[in-house]
Write a protein that binds this ligand. Structure first.
Ligand code: 48F
Length: 243
């Protein structure tokens, strides 16, 4: 049994990675913005690969507010979570509360069911750039990087790349895009601005979610997630128009 286990894993693992050497869209980061973006793209028959450096999906969403198992959305932003069957409970002043682990899992499930492939344990450490256009990313095993081992990375090509890496905006930094850093807290304004700042920041490279706020130095908003969902959806729609 041992040989066929190894052989099956090697064959299947190679097949998946080899198939993902080129995607239509690479989304970096499996937080709420990246997962929403991947879901919207995949359901429109786009070949989308999500690259996540952790071994879990959901990014900062799963931790709710200070590890408490709760997050909120404004009622007007609840459509996607409702569509995915996330249980929403009326809370204060037009907010709806939900379990953030449930929401993250259901977002990831929706993206995968729609056809997105999520690769975990891989960290984006650079971008591929040709004539000033971002044409994919350069990845390495998170474990190798954390161990400080010098091992050459591999490129993964894409027609469009989405930086959904949260407040680090790490893909933008690699691509030489100025990142002002996350601003102080103003929840309402931060929720508006995150969608406004979602855009193509360099040819071939879009930014979504908290990374979009960080690029522009916009306000943080705490454990309210509607802006992340709207931002992921906006990036997907703009890319769909371009593909
Ligand atoms: O941080 P994260 O959840 O970003 P988001 O989707 O949502 C932000 C909210 O969770 C919350 C908030 C809401 O008000 O402020 O913070 O914008 O998810 C980002 C994901 O990207 C991964 C990281 O592990 C996380 O899961 N990530 C970051 N850098 C890299 C990366 C990288 N270089 N390569 C691969 N994954």
């Amino acid at each position: 049994m041992e040989r066929p286990i190894a052989s099956s894993v090697l064959r299947k693992g190679y097949e998946v990675l080899n198939d993902r050497a080129r995607s239509d869209v690479i989304v970096v980061g499996a937080g709420p913005a990246g997962l929403t973006c991947a879901y919207e793209l995949a359901r429109n028959d786009v070949k989308v690969t999500v690259i996540e450096r952790q071994l879990y999906v959901g990014g900062g969403m799963t931790g709710g507010g200070m590890f408490l198992p709760a997050g909120v959305v404004m009622e007007e932003d609840a459509e996607l979570l409702e569509e995915l069957g996330v249980e929403l409970e009326p809370a204060e002043e037009g907010l709806l509360a939900f379990n953030p682990v449930e929401a993250a899992i259901k977002l990831a499930h929706a993206a995968v069911e729609a056809g997105a492939v999520i690769l975990v344990g891989l960290e984006v450490e650079d971008v591929i750039e040709r004539q000033g256009r971002v044409e994919g990313v350069v990845v390495n095993w998170t474990a190798a990087k954390r161990a400080g081992m010098h091992v050459d990375p591999l490129p993964m090509e894409a027609k469009f790349t989405v930086d959904a890496t949260g407040h680090e905006a790490s893909v933008c930094r690699c691509a030489g895009v100025e990142v002002k850093g996350e601003g102080p807290m103003w929840a309402e304004r931060g929720e508006e601005l995150v969608e406004k700042h979602t855009r193509e920041v360099k040819p071939g490279l879009f930014v979504a979610g908290m990374a979009a706020s960080a690029v522009r130095g916009a306000y943080r908003m705490g454990p309210i997630f509607g802006g992340m969902l709207r931002s992921g959806r906006k990036a997907a729609r703009e890319i769909l128009e371009r593909l």
